[in-house]
Design a protein around this ligand. Sequence first.
Ligand SMILES: *Cc1c(COP(=O)(O)O)cnc(C)c1O
Length: 463
Amino acid sequence: MRYISTRGQAPELDFEAAMLTGLARDGGLYVPETVPAMRPAEIAALAGLSYEDAAFRVMRPFIGDCFSDDAFRAIIARAYAAFPHPARCPLVQIGPNDWVLELHHGPTLAFKDVAMQLIGQMFETVLARRGERVTIVGATSGDTGSAAIEAFRGLDAVDVVILYPHGRVSEVQRRQMTTPAEPNVHALAVEGTFDDCQALVKGMFNDFAFRDEVGLAAVNSINWARVLAQVVYYITAAVSLGAPHRAVSFSVPTGNFGDIFAGHIARRMGLPIETLVIATNENDILHRTLETGVYESRGVVATIAPSMDIQVSSNFERLLFELYGADGQAVATAMDELKSTGRFALPQGAREALRAGFASARVDRDEAMTTIARLHRETGIVLDPHTAIGVAAAGHARGDAAVPMVTLGTAHAAKFPDAVEQACGLRPALPARMADLYDRPERVTVVANDLAAVEALVRERRR
Ligand SMILES: *Cc1c(COP(=O)(O)O)cnc(C)c1O
């Protein structure tokens, strides 16, 4: 399996190199040259398998000869041992034909763990084999950072440096990043927004001398291996609701477009998905793009769903590449226009293809809060604000009521206790395994929104 860049200028790589590299050297993102199909019988055969066995079958065609079957099975087993729930990603019914797919049973209580725990195990195996070390840098709006830290803390071959927007993540999110005591963990609070953090990470990657000097690797949602890990749960959820004999729809609380792009890949593999709903909060660039055909960045506003407070959705570039007929030059031109003018317009055909594949809804704070209250009243289930946005969006964008609608439950309510308590009067408790989070000492460095300053810190801190 070959991986190609969405901007058409970087070398083709195999799975291992694409995973280790993250961002392509032409500024693009790696995508598989072709998407392997699963026949309906192969999808049907996943029914009743464990999450791990299904994950092996779904991901195997994408990894080429990077791991032997036995090694890959062992990696998957170690990754999901960090999820105490035996189903790993259980489905919970919330309405007559409505479900939440709970993706928050991992160590940091958000769906990012599903991919990050797997990536941690894959990196460890690959780096040990190659005798190399890397410096992982990532930008986070809250959840990616803690998930990366949990996946890589204490590993010899890795330093993990996480940039997060100072003062713009929840206390639980911040503490999850600043309390691990391992010397290979470095949490940097940037005086800026998430988009600034993301631009700094891109800046480090585009500084090739620095990139090679410190052995940069990225595990942001731009890393293909993360998207791949997320494809699995769309398929397992749909199969348990009757796929491939029956279509299923998904509503996805969306920020960087990584999670929902995984759903798109599942559909391209052959999973019958009726609708993929892009659920956004007030930071609604993707919803506006569907409505107007213009992708236009505006200022970020802080919301009760901070992991979706994003105005440039980096993984959207992967979909653009498809919408532009795999024309890397056209993608590069659009991205240059975005950089210089803050916007670009989709050609008519691309806009129609986008609207054929996706629906969208924008859910504001009030509606998210009333959704949390309503679900709590009707079912006793306590949603976090991100998942509530997904549930509300599902209601707006729902087509055929006979098609099951699955909202991805992207975080545990205890990660955002203030908003949840305000919405439904109940303060969700942290699971016992992390009950002492508020007592652990924090370690953090505040840094200016300045590439040279951040690079100097990375040089100084990495071991
Ligand atoms: C990261 C995150 C999202 C958004 O996912 P993307 O892949 O960036 O679109 C939604 N909800 C939560 C809780 C998250 O952590």
